[in-house]
Design a protein around this ligand. Structure first.
Ligand code: SAM
Length: 315
């Protein structure tokens, strides 16, 4: 079974590793996952690029060719470079050992040049060959040139809008697939809907504030997307539960956006009206967690500044 590697940003490491695990299992439930600090190795029938395209915190990814016992390419591995016009070698050192990285990259490049017609291209190579060192194991892998991800556009910035990365990771943590539908019952500017549609997931947003609905609609339009936005109270979601597969939302904080009542009351009521058998990822201010009674599969705490730590709860 093919193996892929994902080097993750260390900013939100737990979220990042759980996201790769959720995506790998979503594409192939028999995937095997191994986590070595910020390196995740996935054994699965899914191509590395499919997981990487959806994931939020991946810095480098590719396919593993084999575990290394030395720094030598054998004939089988050299075949990967056969049709490539250009390549570059990169060393990823996740071990506590010190290496002379430029020297290693150069000698690896020299070796490849001896049996491949591919030319070294540092900026935009067809193939990147990776040597990955960890404290226990070393890997040899490669990646092909991929298209740059196009970011969704917004017509205007708003103080309470959610960071697209946290939105995307929430969608991925509940494993929503292409063609499924997400509902955001507090959709605000529509960040969830935009992020979902960028991954081929349909969206339905609710917001009680007419102005926010208009902004969300404008943001959807400017990206050429089709999500629906309904001006209504969040409780409406229980009436439309047959129209979506999961909920991803960021609850009001009572600071820069309008609220119908105290945010903590909204959170309590919202919890009661979540339709059964839906996958749910919700974000709220940690202090609103009334005596930790909100139970789910997993909670993540995200520190922003001294008066704001957010909780993401997966249900
Ligand atoms: C934290 S903001 C959501 C921000 C959004 N994730 C974004 O990126 O723009 C919360 C939203 O909940 C809406 N809201 C507050 N009370 C509501 C209610 N009772 N029913 C529906 N929406 C409500 C507010 O208008 C606001 O747009």
């Amino acid at each position: 079974m093919p193996e892929s590697f994902f080097v993750l940003s260390k900013d939100y490491l737990e979220l990042a590793t759980d996201e790769i695990t959720a995506l790998a299992k979503m594409y192939d439930r028999f995937s095997k996952i191994k986590i070595i600090s910020n390196l995740v190795i996935v054994q699965s029938k899914t191509n590395w690029n499919e997981i990487s395209e959806r994931a939020t915190f991946v810095k480098i990814s590719g396919q593993i060719l084999r575990k290394m016992s030395g720094l030598f390419l054998d004939e089988e591995n050299a075949g990967i470079l056969k049709n490539a016009k250009s390549f570059v070698c990169r060393v990823i050192n996740l071990s506590s050992n010190q290496f002379n990285i430029p020297e290693l990259e150069n000698s690896m490049g020299d070796m490849i040049s001896k049996f491949s017609h591919a030319k070294v291209n540092l900026e935009n190579p067809d193939i990147t060959v990776y040597l990955i060192f960890t404290n226990n194991e070393n890997f040899f892998g490669f990646s092909k040139k991929t298209k740059k991800r196009i970011r969704t556009k917004k017509t205007k910035k708003f103080p309470h809008e959610l960071d697209w990365k946290l939105t995307r990771v929430m969608i991925n943590l509940i494993g929503l697939e292409k063609g499924e539908t997400v509902c955001d019952p507090f959709c605000g500017t529509g960040t969830t809907l935009l992020e979902a549609e960028s991954m081929g997931i349909h969206g339905i947003g609710l917001d009680f504030d007419e102005k926010m609905c208009e902004i969300a609609k404008a943001n959807i339009k400017v990206n050429g997307y089709n999500s629906k936005v309904i001006k209504s109270e969040f409780q409406e979601l229980s009436k439309i539960s047959d129209r979506f597969d999961g909920i991803v939302t960021d609850l009001p904080y009572g600071t820069s956006s309008k609220t119908s009542e105290k945010p903590q009351e909204i959170l309590k009521k919202f919890f009661v009206c979540i339709p059964k058998r839906k996958r749910v990822a919700i974000m709220y201010k940690k202090e609103m967690d009334f005596n930790s009674k909100l139970k789910g599969l997993k909670k993540y705490h995200i520190y922003r500044h001294k008066s704001l730590t957010r909780t993401i709860l997966i249900k």
